[in-house]
Design a binder for this molecule. Structure first.
Ligand code: FBP
Length: 348
């Protein structure tokens, strides 16, 4: 019988620490030191949010606040706590002029930093419906250049300054609070994964230059919404479910965790596609997921890992935003499969 060591191994000294990686990446790609510092501080904050998540009921962080955010969604205690933790911490970072969050109606200006180089957007706690059922959740973030950074006068940031197509992101990533706490990020030169060593409390590089495995027949969609879907999605899922005898001649598997971070992480690790399409319900006619701090950061990660991300036909990263909390239809993952789904939309 195979015996595995039960010793509680932790990271070996040979492993690359996040700050080491950021320093090397900055040198290699002539990145702005303030950007790497910002990512380092974000990672620290996600680490602390992860600790609160792990406390669960022991830390009194479970349950609802019995009130709604601007999206009309019930706010969970952890949504607000994570938002506060990100807000407070980032106040002090020289790199940030302003922040925007799923949990805040409008943008938050960092006093005295109008000309700071960056803007930060985040979904402080993604997968809120899974908080109280001990299922993987996460934090998603996106970094943009501050268009006022070069201004002579201290021009305060406005909401419209955040309305930049996703292709203009200078960094994007997510932390996932699951069996392991991981951080997955891109600074525009590939996708890297870091695992938090609970013993050292440090992030170590465990996944270099992540590439989405191709050809894995697996789709993720909330099937309970089927009756509301538009014909292209109806047809594609029907053909997947028809299996090897069907037009796609393959047996497809299905998964749905209902935490975008967890469903996207699975795709980075083993392939497949994730879909939250717009449908015929008035509240979902433009999709459910938010463009600026869910779809754009995840789409940059997916494209940097060799995949594709579309809103039906066009790339999500080319969409011009026009509202802070605007929603969009999301279809992302294995490039060939996403292009197959785009074909269903073009034929419709
Ligand atoms: P928030 O939890 O940040 O509001 O995110 C939305 C989300 O939970 C995604 O993570 C997930 O993919 C989707 O909604 C699940 O939606 P549904 O509950 O309709 O399946």
């Amino acid at each position: 019988m195979t015996r595995l060591t039960t010793a509680n191994n932790s990271a070996s000294s040979a492993m690359v620490h996040l700050n080491q990686f950021l320093f090397q990446h900055q040198q290699e790609h002539q990145l702005c030191p303030k950007l790497c510092l910002l990512i380092g501080q974000l990672a620290l904050q996600c680490q602390q949010i992860g600790q609160r998540v792990r406390q669960g009921a022991l830390g009194g962080v479970l349950g609802s606040l019995k009130r709604e955010n601007i999206q009309g969604e019930e706010q969970q205690k952890l949504d607000l706590l994570a938002n506060q933790m990100l807000l407070e911490h980032q106040q002090w970072h020289q790199g940030l002029a302003a922040l925007a969050s799923e949990e805040m109606d409008s943008i938050h200006l960092v006093p005295g930093q109008e000309q700071a180089p960056y803007l930060l957007l985040f979904d402080p706690l993604d997968g809120s419906s899974n908080i109280d059922v001990n299922t993987s959740i996460g934090t998603i973030f996106s970094v943009l250049n501050n268009p006022n950074a070069a201004e002579q006068a201290n021009t305060p940031t406005q909401e419209k300054d955040f309305f930049q197509p996703g292709r203009q992101q200078v960094a994007a990533g997510y932390a996932i609070y699951g069996p392991q706490t991981m951080l997955v990020l891109t600074l525009g030169h590939g996708v890297y994964g870091f695992t938090l060593d609970p013993l050292y409390g440090q992030w170590f590089l465990t996944n270099e230059q992540i590439r989405i495995p191709t050809g894995h027949a697996e789709f993720a969609i909330n099937l309970s919404n089927q009756r509301h879907w538009h014909p292209p999605v109806q047809k594609y899922i029907q053909d997947c479910l028809a299996g090897a005898e069907g037009p796609l001649q393959r047996d497809y598997n299905m998964r749905w965790i209902a935490s975008m971070v967890a469903d996207v992480h699975r795709i980075l690790m083993r392939g497949g596609v994730f879909m939250y399409p717009a449908d015929q319900r008035p509240s979902v006619q433009n999709g459910k997921l938010r463009l600026l701090y869910e779809a754009n950061p995840m789409s940059l990660i997916i494209e940097q890992a060799g995949g594709a991300a579309i809103e039906g036909v066009n790339a999500i990263l080319d969409v011009q935003p026009n509202a802070l909390h605007q929603r969009i239809s999301v279809i992302l993952g294995d490039k060939a499969e996403v292009e197959r789904i785009a074909a269903y939309h073009r034929q419709a």
